[in-house]
Design a protein around this ligand. Structure first.
Ligand code: SF4
Length: 585
């Protein structure tokens, strides 16, 4: 039985793969101070990761954490993973939905820390308080998709269960390998899959059978019902459920903000053929939801492929969203839905982060066009825009690190440009491959200064979109980036889905926390958000990140945006304003 409120036990489960040991620590104070989720995970990472540790060494930990409202309120569905990123060498942070948060909640663990390295391939099976480290030799080397199917059979049991696992890319320690969570969800960004691989850890299975006891059930029900009504009545249902995030393809294309062929253009003449509308009309099979979410934004397409040349067909179900259509679609000049879905399915099978993989292939295509790399480097593949079979083969080579060139590309475009040239069009900020928005300066600055160099840190793209409607001066843009960065520290400590963040206003968060026995004021939450941001920067700086050394690829200033062509010096000026506003100048 898990108690919530004053009597709550705030448990952290530690697992040491080298020693094959596990233990539980009760860390009430840690959770009282940092709430949960990203706030708690940051402290555990600071505690457990030795300064300067190799991200792929046994010393570097994996931290998974949920928050006090997970599985208790609608759309509070995510789990945060923190680690030292093998891609950037500093803070690694990634969020995933699915069932993991629910399984952790009902197993009674609000955080899990995994350290060490197993001697041979293994997976971890957690069932409530029991922890077993099991042999995974028979599933090492197989795809992330297939590994999930096998573990579902092998680990048949009771309770709310989640299965997370890596594919071949993680085993080969590709620096942007992902971890697949249940079905169609991922810890995608910054290389958690490589960290799993470095620990000989193929998978983690969590199942929980505990009950949750609430301090004031009546009050909880009242707040829950109110928030549920708000979630299902917001535009989130329409925006994210109907066509989903892919609706942005046509919107950004019309705004001249859709990165195309490695950001050489911001409009794509074939955009409509791979748009959200086209996929919904002709390929959408069903929508699914993370556990405890009434929105259901996960769009699954049906891809029918010829199994043999004549009449045997295979049907694959492929999850798609905006970022994937950008990175593996428009940014590679892909013109057909079948081609796009095939590339998404390839990344899913191999366990690759689709954004980084697509940006890496786009850079390689242009580098080959410009003669910086040869067909000998790519093992005979002539990389060409819209060439799906060539890209599928290149992704397989990448995941297998099949040559020196693919091994370099597997370390990210920042590393690859250092070896082969092409810095001007190597589209990374803070060493992380960029998201699909060329909307203006706030998007670039936001990804540069964000704690994980992600568009989701502070949504700079939406600040640009507002500026396209009504002029905004650089100081205002910077102020909005800072506000978003800090407030997301609180929301990500709950670990809610960002699509529902409009519902979780300060007052609703305070009410929801009170309903589970946690008392916070608006001022306390604001101060917590700022502190969490600073603590993350403490880790980043400790591991060598320096804002004064960031690189803005020239391509950002060559391609038109909705705000016109951007000026490098204006962006550098915004960075100076940002540093001053943070008190870092
Ligand atoms: S809106 Fe989508 S991603 Fe967010 S919790 Fe619901 S189903 Fe999951």
């Amino acid at each position: 039985m898990i108690l919530v409120g004053d009597d709550m036990l705030r448990r952290v489960l530690f697992i040491d793969l080298s020693k094959e040991e596990s233990w539980v620590e009760e860390r009430d104070r840690l959770f009282e101070t940092w709430l949960g989720g990203t706030g708690v995970a940051t402290q555990l990472l600071l505690e457990e990761c030795p300064s300067g540790a190799d991200p792929l060494s046994p010393q570097a930990p994996i931290v998974l954490a949920i928050g006090p409202l997970n599985s208790l309120f609608p759309a509070i569905t995510k789990t945060v993973a923190q680690f030292k990123s093998p891609l950037t060498g500093e803070l690694g942070e990634s969020y995933a939905g699915g069932r993991l948060a629910m399984a952790m909640r009902f197993a009674g663990h609000e955080a899990i820390v995994i350290k060490g390295r197993a001697q041979r391939p293994c997976y971890i099976s957690i069932a409530d308080e029991s922890v077993r480290i099991r042999d995974a030799s028979s599933i090492w080397g197989i795809s992330a998709v297939r590994a999930g199917v096998i573990l579902r059979d092998v680990e048949a049991g009771v309770g709310r269960r989640s299965i997370i696992r890596i594919g071949p890319a993680g085993e080969r320690q590709v620096r942007y390998a992902s971890v697949t969570v249940d079905t169609y969800r991922h810890f995608g960004r910054l290389g958690l899959g490589a960290v799993f691989g470095s620990k000989n850890l193929k998978a983690l299975v969590v199942s929980g059978t505990e009950d949750v006891v609430l301090p004031e059930p009546r009050r909880y029900r009242e707040v829950y019902n109110r928030l549920y009504r708000q979630v299902v009545r917001t535009d989130a249902m329409e925006k994210y459920h109907d066509i989903g995030t892919p609706i942005n393809i046509n919107v950004l294309n019309q705004q001249q903000a859709l990165p195309t062929r490695n950001f050489q253009s911001t409009t794509f003449d074939q955009a409509d053929s791979i748009s959200g509308e086209t996929l919904a009309d002709h390929y959408l099979f069903r929508r699914v939801s993370c556990a405890h979410c009434p929105i259901g934004c996960i769009h699954i397409a049906m891809l029918k492929t010829a199994f043999t040349p004549h009449h045997e067909f295979e049907v694959q179900k492929v999850g798609y969203d905006f970022e994937l259509i950008y990175s593996l679609g428009t940014n590679l000049g892909i013109s057909t839905p079948e081609g796009l879905l095939q590339l998404i399915e390839t990344c899913e099978r191999l366990g690759l982060d689709a954004i980084s993989a697509g940006v890496a292939l786009a850079w390689a295509t242009e580098a080959q066009e410009k003669g910086l790399i040869s067909e000998k480097d790519t093992l005979g593949i002539a990389l060409r825009w819209d060439d799906v079979p060539g890209y599928v083969k290149a992704l397989e080579n990448l995941a297998a690190t099949a040559s020196d060139f693919y091994a370099d590309l597997a370390r990210g475009v920042e590393h690859a440009q250092g070896r082969y040239g092409g810095a001007d069009f190597a589209m990374a900020l803070g060493k992380n491959e960029v998201a699909g928005y060329h909307t203006g300066p706030a998007s670039i600055l936001g990804q540069t200064v964000g704690v994980r160099h992600s568009h989701l840190d502070n949504a700079g793209y939406s600040i640009d979109q507002k500026a396209a409607k009504k002029r905004m001066d650089p100081a205002d843009m910077v102020a909005q980036i800072i506000r978003e960065d800090d407030s997301r520290g609180v929301y990500n400590s709950l670990v809610g889905c960002l699509f529902a963040r409009g519902v979780y206003s300060d007052s609703n968060i305070i009410d929801a926390l009170a309903a589970v026995g946690i008392s916070k004021t608006s001022e306390e939450l604001a101060s917590l958000g700022r502190s969490i941001f600073q603590e993350k920067y403490r880790f980043k700086v400790r591991e060598g990140f320096d804002l004064s050394g960031v690189r803005f690829p020239a391509r950002f200033f060559e391609t038109v945006t909705p705000l016109g062509k951007l000026d490098r010096s204006a962006l550098e000026e915004m960075l100076a304003i940002y540093r001053k506003a943070r008190g870092w100048s």
